[in-house]
Design a protein around this ligand. Sequence first.
Ligand SMILES: [Zn+2]
Length: 432
Amino acid sequence: MILNTALSKIAMYQSWKSLDPGPKYPIDIRFAAMPALTKKNIRDNFPQGVVPSDMDIEQGLANGEIQLVETSGTTDDKVTNIWNQKWWDASERASWQLNSYMSKIATGNHREAILVNPRNVGTISDNVDLPVEKRRLARFLYLNEKTDPLSWSNAIMDRMIRELDTYQPAVLEANPSYLARLCRYITDTNKTVFQPGAIVFTYEYPTIYHYLQIHRVFSKVLLISSYGSTETGYVFMQCEECKWHQNSEFCRVDFQPFLPEHGGPLLGRILVTPLNNPWSYLVRFDAGDIVRLEETGKCSCDRSSGLILASIAGRKANLTLTCSGRLVTLLELDTVMGRLKGIDMYKLIQTDRSNYELHLVSRAPEGKNLTEAVIPELKKLYGREAGITVIHDPDIAPENSGKYLVSGTLFPIDLNNYLDKRNILRLNEGGI
Ligand SMILES: [Zn+2]
């Protein structure tokens, strides 16, 4: 069992040993007694301290079983991981079973086009346009080799459209913001494009505007959201009823509710323990995801293994605070922003406790009136005393990680102050 192995054989968990109530207790109680594992823990112990002391990383690298992969991001975010392709593929295959439609069209041999930042996956080539054969790998076609999507010329976007027409992928996997950008171009130029069997969103939170812009072009295509990370593999997949199901065969998920005044007990953060990966022993890894549990605990698709979520509410890095200090998730902000008309993109940054900077991109005629329309809406959300500065931008660039930041704060938020400890302790008391 992964917790026993972690505590007995892995250097990173030595300080956790004294917290373990012991093997006599139910596994949920033992997990609940453990802290959250952070990227800093991994960085401080990498590489030999994150695997059992008898595992030979050099040998795993030499025989090609594993690779070392550095995730992109800020210094705080950056971490090197042991990448096990075989496990990753198996985790992805299992996630397809959580959506009836995906389980039919995703055979494992199906053609897949990928529209993401090459910093996340693919080959980077900012100065030279790569010919299609340099962007093909097995059953995959990488549509984009540029780290900055703002540099996409019309010729590059025409190439993407042409390649989708020729390649005819069963699945198009995309960063929603990147696909939305391509879709805005397709709509503006009255072009049409091949319709794949399904579009799967990865890497980023899809906003209401992403959905609208993509749906306008891919009106007959099923848009499915998949959730996970380099460290955890595929954790949640949206089913055909639009709820999220845990990929239980490949991960354990611990849910920690927020305090009621911050959206608990249904809203909270998750800690993920990947399973079945002989090279990964991450216990209760905090990938920074904020989720809302499905209140009934059920879904009409009848899948019942693991957690069922009503929604993914964004990441910790997307949280903002009202002027009175209440947590606001990206989902809550996006629901407010989604009511407005004429927005192409937006980014909201909270600069201090009561000031907010909203960047807006709009090419629509109603765009010039957006300032007057958006301020009252944001004051309703954040408080009457909120100082809202609206900045009209011609475009918004992604972060260095290759992902777009839709919302966030310039100051740190320590989630430990918002967790409902009574609720977590109650679980402990039940068993101890
Ligand atoms: Zn379902």
